[in-house]
Design a protein around this ligand. Structure first.
Ligand SMILES: Cc1cc2nc3c(=O)[nH]c(=O)nc-3n(C[C@H](O)[C@H](O)[C@H](O)COP(=O)(O)O)c2cc1C
Length: 184
């Protein structure tokens, strides 16, 4: 069993320090090692840094405002600032199959495996990560901004940065109550 798996925890608070390009590429490369049926590599990684995060925040605020008309300026400002919580966001989208052998659910599974690989490699690189989605994640305007088609699922915003708080020591529940053994 890998310590890295046990060390990975969602860390919501990270430092604003930028992450070197080489390190980001290590994360993406880890993502690209995920299993995928028919070798379709159905994940799409969209790397958001710098002011791209502000543009994403503007769209988050627009979407939230449309979903809940009449929200206060304060609530919208909070939504707009959300992508600024980490210096790096890797959004993960999923390709819709065009080969009849390929199943959408399997593509989503493969992209989720890629997202987890990225989070695990982040631990290896001394980074903290957090998988977020939230209400606007699957809005068509968010997808358009990310270069995804409306029918492409957007499964993760991986918020990544150098940890600003200490590592969690929480021990997760055992597998036992989630497992059935079938031996015959
Ligand atoms: C598909 C998916 C979506 C998630 N979306 C959110 C989210 O929008 N906000 C959030 O705070 N955490 C989100 N999380 C993170 C979970 O809250 C977190 O993984 C869970 O609490 C277990 O904690 P751990 O990651 O430290 O093991 C998401 C996780 C997954 C797998």
């Amino acid at each position: 069993m890998s310590d890295i798996i046990f060390q990975r925890h969602s860390i919501p608070v990270v430092k604003p320090d930028p992450i070197p390009r080489d390190t980001i590429e290590l994360l993406l490369n880890a993502g690209a090692q995920a299993p995928n049926h028919h070798r379709v590599r159905p994940w799409r990684f969209i790397v958001l840094e710098g002011t791209a995060r502000e543009r994403l925040g503007d769209i988050f605020a627009q979407v939230l405002s449309d979903q809940h008309p009449g929200l206060s300026a304060e609530a919208l400002a909070k939504e707009r600032a959300k992508p600024l919580r980490a210096p790096l966001i890797i959004a993960v989208g999923v390709d819709v199959p065009d080969d009849p052998r390929v199943v959408m659910l399997e593509n989503i599974c493969a992209a989720a495996a890629a997202a987890e690989n990225i989070l695990l490699e982040a631990v290896v690189q001394g980074l903290a990560g957090m998988w977020r989605t939230g209400a606007p994640a699957n809005d068509v305007r968010v997808k358009q901004f990310l270069g995804l088609q409306p029918e492409q699922p957007m499964i993760a915003f991986l918020y990544i940065g150098y940890p600003a708080v200490g590592p969690k020591t929480e021990v997760r529940p055992s597998f036992e109550d989630r497992t059935v053994w079938m031996s015959e």
